[in-house]
Ligand binder design. Structure first.
Ligand SMILES: *[C@@H]1O[C@H](CO)[C@@H](O)[C@H](O)[C@H]1NC(C)=O
Ligand SMILES: *[C@@H]1O[C@H](CO)[C@@H](O)[C@H](O)[C@H]1NC(C)=O
Length: 403
């Protein structure tokens, strides 16, 4: 074998190793997903390198990449799109042009991106909002909340809460011709987390008279306590959202101090004083048998009380909506939960379904067997997947029937 062919062989082994990620058997368009995932991994490696060299924060690199996908607020034949502010928080607003006579429905949408990246202007989110506005003839408010690492919890929560509270005023609903009885809050991933948290906190807010009709939580993150759930173990290295990145997102939501990240990575971050909270995320009780598989429940291992005192946010239900008492679930609106089989966050969503059902809330659970985390992101060329379109149609179709 000549030197050239040997080099070629080594190069192709390296490329194959790099590009190849075990893709679950039941996933379609495997090669396309593998390439997309190689792109995500490259960005991750560049971010690690930039951070290690002291050039940029890890999330700044990710933010730079996602900002390439930002679109201007361009109206089309069906929807008027504007970037405005609700009570000083930026939102992208989609108002259907069709004159339907009666009042319109409304969807408040919270984008994902681990509280650190993403934006309502990103092409897939912009498209999803247009589709929603168009299909439902609904007003869509897509919230542009501030992000980590510049802003930590509770800024993200507060920004979303401010927008929702502003929009739910009767005078504002009248201005946009919205039916106060047909309003939904939706969000995916970190946005699902914020949607769930805001829906809970609204229940205690006496100033807000208008009630949400629906909350739609799309592969949401809902708890910080147990980062070794069966879904975290089974999907540790699945495409798009590996466990290490999810833990980085969680810790970054509260602080850039790496000691929280390290403690979360070994699942020893919760202080013994907060042991009573573990009952809210006890997968031994809250997961149906089919998701437990061979996993064996073990008691939590506690961490130092220093972290809990320094960063109380990770024990706060506004960051981890599963941590509320059952009584706080009463009064929540009808809930749509979408979970993906190959997702570290799968069990967060499933446990919330169990808890809401026990509390008597009407829950519709769509579990997608052949889906990965972030499926809704893959609806624009060149990274579109049939899966993305299928999940988007499922969610918007359900909303159209029920809102
Ligand atoms: C406007 O709505 C019509 C009917 O739903 C649809 O066929 C068309 O593609 C929409 N236009 C845009 C730009 O989305
Ligand atoms: C979780 O549930 C199991 C089974 O019901 C129980 O044995 C265990 O003590 C619970 N753990 C916590 C921390 O609540």
């Amino acid at each position: 074998m000549g030197t050239k062919s040997l080099c070629l062989l080594i190069a192709s082994v390296l490329v194959a190793y790099y590009v190849y990620t075990p893709i679950p058997e039941n996933i379609e368009e495997r090669w396309k997903l593998m390439l997309i995932n190689a792109g995500f991994r490259t960005v991750g490696h560049v971010a690690e390198l930039a951070e290690w060299l002291g050039l940029m924060h890890y999330m700044e690199v990710l933010m730079m990449i996602t900002s390439i996908e930002y679109t201007a607020p361009i109206s089309d034949e069906n929807v008027t799109v504007t970037d405005i502010e609700f009570d000083n928080v930026p939102v992208r607003l989609y108002v259907p042009r069709k004159q339907s006579g009666g009042l319109k429905r409304a969807v408040i949408y919270i984008h994902g991106g681990g509280w650190c990246v993403g934006g309502s202007a990103m092409e897939p989110y912009d498209l999803l909002s247009r589709w929603t506005a168009n299909k439902l003839n609904a007003v869509v408010v897509s919230v542009e909340y501030r992000l980590a690492p510049i802003y930590h919890f509770p800024v993200q929560f507060d920004d979303v809460y401010t927008v929702v509270k502003f929009f739910l005023q009767n005078s504002v609903l009248v201005q946009y011709g919205v039916d106060p009885n047909r309003i939904c809050i939706s969000g995916d991933s970190a946005g699902g987390n914020l949607a769930a948290a805001v829906a809970q906190q609204l229940l205690d807010d006496l100033q807000v008279k208008v009630k949400l009709k629906i909350q739609a939580l799309l592969y949401p993150a809902l708890q910080t306590l147990d980062l070794d759930l069966p879904s975290y173990k089974d999907n540790e290295n699945k495409p798009i959202l590996p466990k290490s990145l999810m833990i980085r997102f969680w810790s970054e939501y509260f602080t850039t101090d790496s000691s929280l990240n390290e403690a979360m990575a070994s699942n020893r971050h919760v202080p013994a004083e907060s042991s009573n909270l573990f009952r809210f995320v006890n997968w031994s009780n809250l997961l149906p048998e089919e998701f437990k598989k061979d996993h064996v429940y073990t008691s939590p291992i506690y961490g130092s009380s220093r972290l809990g005192k320094k960063y109380p946010g990770f024990l706060d239900p506004r960051a981890a909506p599963l941590l509320v008492d059952d009584t706080k679930l009463l009064g929540l609106p009808m809930t749509y939960v979408l979970t993906c089989q190959h997702d570290v966050l799968r069990d967060d969503g499933i446990m919330y379904v169990s808890r809401l059902r026990e509390a008597g809330i009407e829950v519709i659970h769509d579990h997608i067997e052949d889906a990965i985390h972030g499926a809704l992101m893959f609806i624009t060329s060149p990274t579109d997947l049939a899966l993305g379109h299928r999940v988007a149609n499922k969610y918007i179709g359900w909303l159209n029937m029920n809102l």
